[in-house]
Design a protein around this ligand. Structure first.
Ligand SMILES: [Mg+2]
Length: 154
């Protein structure tokens, strides 16, 4: 097990977890990967401790965190830049590239949780509320198999 590098909740994560999961093969039966358990609050606490231990809280204004997250989207986009279309599971990418994708989406996710926290928005509640709102905007009987914008279903 990886040593707990922060003084927050212990999360047992193997270092090679980024390369686990779907193999990326077109023939893979595991098309819908199930995530390991990790709560948004665990991520928030781990990141809070990480930042405090380094005295970086002074730099993490909502604006700065948002811009840092946008920068991470750029880093993720670079992996896909000029490659053409890629399939689910990313079989067109090398193992190193797939690992890099996991690292960059983690950067984005950590900044997203930090941003929500600094905006005093309970991200868990916000996600549940938004999913409920989306279900109303896109009723199954009207939106099934359609790619229209929700205004077409009103
Ligand atoms: Mg990054």
């Amino acid at each position: 097990m990886m040593e707990n590098i922060v003084t927050g909740p212990r999360v047992d994560v193997e270092p090679d977890i980024l390369s686990e999961g779907c193999c990326g093969s077109q023939d893979c039966e595991n098309k819908s990967l199930k995530f390991s358990d990790l709560s948004l609050e665990d991520v928030r606490k781990m990141n809070e401790n990480f930042i405090k231990e380094r005295n970086w809280d002074q730099f993490h204004s909502p604006r700065n965190v948002l811009l840092a997250m946008v920068g991470e989207f750029g880093e993720l986009s670079e992996i896909f830049q000029w490659k053409g279309e890629v399939s689910e599971g990313l079989p067109e990418l090398t193992e190193d590239e797939r690992k890099h994708v996991g690292e960059e989406i983690s950067d984005i996710f950590i900044y997203l949780v930090d941003f929500a926290s600094r905006c005093h928005i309970d991200l868990s509640k916000a996600v549940i509320a938004k999913m409920a709102a989306n279900a109303k905007k896109y009723p199954v009987d009207k939106a099934y198999g359609q790619a229209n914008k929700y205004t077409d279903y009103q």
